[in-house]
Ligand binder design. Structure first.
Ligand SMILES: C[S@@+](CC[C@H](N)C(=O)[O-])C[C@H]1O[C@@H](n2cnc3c(N)ncnc32)[C@H](O)[C@@H]1O
Length: 216
């Protein structure tokens, strides 16, 4: 399934979109090379998905964002750069190795004042963040088995009109015919979000798909 998708017109269009609308500067390139140098898994969003996240920040006017899954901070740089003055990105990471690379990223990007990295299990960090609600946007990009818990947290802590977005909605096409547990979790998550009366929901069919819900 994944191989078939790689050769489709959509993949060619993804490349066209990236070439036309996405400029990855030195800092973003540096983040990816640092991630590789520290042997972090190559599972970040792609450049045009980062740009899509930025567009969601601009369109929604988000000022307080929560990201679940920091890795080396690549998507975090895209998100934080779109924040207005005084805006804040809370990014959650359980791996101390990944968190250390991400801290260097935010320093290098000059984003330390806009980004707070919470190291530890995401659910614990979310519980700590809840008193600071309402949030404007929650980006879920880690720990598929708990996507439902993160969605519930988002429903309880987003302002009306706030966004929840979940990466890898298509699982490289395997959402059509799940092959592993994570594929099944994401397929179930998409189905649940689509029916969730707390959100207006849709999937943005760009890259590996971004499931998006707007809090009612
Ligand atoms: C897909 S990567 C995030 C990629 C990042 N958003 C980007 O695009 O640059 C997922 C990250 O979530 C972290 N993670 C996994 N389970 C977690 C949990 N329960 N709590 C916090 N972080 C977790 C992993 O260590 C990994 O760094």
């Amino acid at each position: 399934m994944a191989d078939a998708l790689n050769d489709t017109l959509r993949t060619l269009l993804d490349t066209y979109v990236a070439d036309t609308f996405v400029q990855e500067d030195d800092v973003l390139q540096w983040v990816q090379s640092e991630a590789a140098r520290h042997e972090l898994p190559a599972i970040s969003v792609r450049g045009f998905e980062g740009r899509l996240l930025q567009m969601l920040v601009y369109i929604s006017g988000a000022k307080q964002i929560v990201e679940i899954g920091t890795l080396a901070g690549y998507s975090g740089v895209w998100l934080a750069r779109a924040l207005p003055a005084g805006g804040r990105l809370y990014t959650l990471e359980k791996s101390s190795k990944h968190a250390a690379v991400a801290r260097a990223t935010f320093e290098r990007a000059g984003l330390n004042r806009k980004v707070e990295l919470l190291e530890g299990d995401a659910m614990t960090s979310l519980n700590q963040l809840a008193p600071r609600n309402p949030f404007d946007m929650v980006f879920i990009d880690a720990d598929r088995p708990h996507y439902h818990d993160y969605l519930n947290w988002a429903a309880e802590n987003l302002r009306p009109g706030g966004l929840v977005a979940a990466h890898n909605a298509f699982r490289s096409g395997r959402v059509l015919a799940p092959e592993n547990e994570d594929d099944r979790f994401v397929a179930a998550f998409n189905a649940a979000l689509a029916k969730d009366t707390r959100f207006e929901a849709f999937v943005m069919a760009i890259g590996d798909g971004l499931s998006v819900g707007v809090r009612r």
